[in-house]
Design a protein around this ligand. Structure first.
Ligand code: ADE
Length: 225
């Protein structure tokens, strides 16, 4: 899989996507990440990438030319399954969308800034618009990093324990059950007996019950679907 991220701030990706599981996935060649600075494609003599909003109002709008030229260039080099725009007014990203995207060949993620991109980019290039939640970030970069992280860990071969991604919160529509590790007794704080019983059926039953209770209490909306 190849992910091309189109951004005005490529340095923002220096941290989050260069460690841990994502780093391993890149090192193993299971995913390629490419970061493109939109400003490098501006034909304006001052490398401008934004302009005033037609009709007035506060805030600048990202112009078509650099983004269109960059996307055209990438599309001339390979096919893309999805061209995603991350924006607060997109569809809410979730585990189901992560699963779908993890089966893609190549994707582009366009990060918005200011008041967003000219609508014509959305109309003519974008195939999917995603938000990571009902709050406004300073730009799309952190959202693109979140989406990339959630997708990359689902690519077959990325997680060392294959079952681990399958038992995540949300993968089966429920939050995770509680987990414990050694010591079994920490200054009187004890691990539930059932987990030490060695009875797999009982343990599964307990975990399912706890996952259900936790979901009912914290995220009852998940049980409605
Ligand atoms: N850009 C700014 N805020 C965002 C959000 N919540 N999700 C996706 N992109 C964004």
């Amino acid at each position: 899989m190849r992910i091309d991220i189109l951004t005005l701030f490529p340095d923002m990706f220096q941290g989050p996507l260069t460690e841990s599981i994502v780093k391993r996935a890149v090192d193993k060649g299971l995913v390629e990440m490419h970061f493109h600075n939109i400003r490098d494609y501006s034909l304006d003599k001052h490398k401008k990438v934004d302009d005033y909003s037609f009709g007035g109002g506060a805030g600048m709008v990202m112009t078509i030319q650099p983004i269109a030229d960059l996307i055209d260039k990438l599309k001339s080099e390979r096919d893309y399954d999805h061209i995603i725009y991350v924006t607060p007014d997109g569809e809410r990203f979730n585990q189901k969308i992560a699963n779908t995207l993890s089966l893609s060949g190549n994707i582009i993620i366009l990060c918005g800034h200011y008041k967003g991109v000219d609508q014509r980019i959305r109309d003519h290039y974008i195939t999917m618009e995603l938000t990571i939640g009902d709050y406004v970030l300073t730009g799309g970069e952190l959202a693109a990093a979140v989406i990339s992280d959630a997708v990359i860990r689902l690519i077959p071969g990325v997680m060392s324990d294959e079952t681990s991604a399958l038992t995540d919160s949300f993968q089966d529509g429920l939050l995770s059950h509680p987990v414990y590790t050694r010591p079994a007794d920490y200054n009187g704080w004890k691990v539930p007996d059932v987990l030490l019983s060695g009875n797999d059926a009982k343990i599964d039953e307990w975990r399912e019950k706890k996952a259900f209770e936790r979901t009912k209490q914290i995220r009852p909306d998940l049980l409605e679907d």
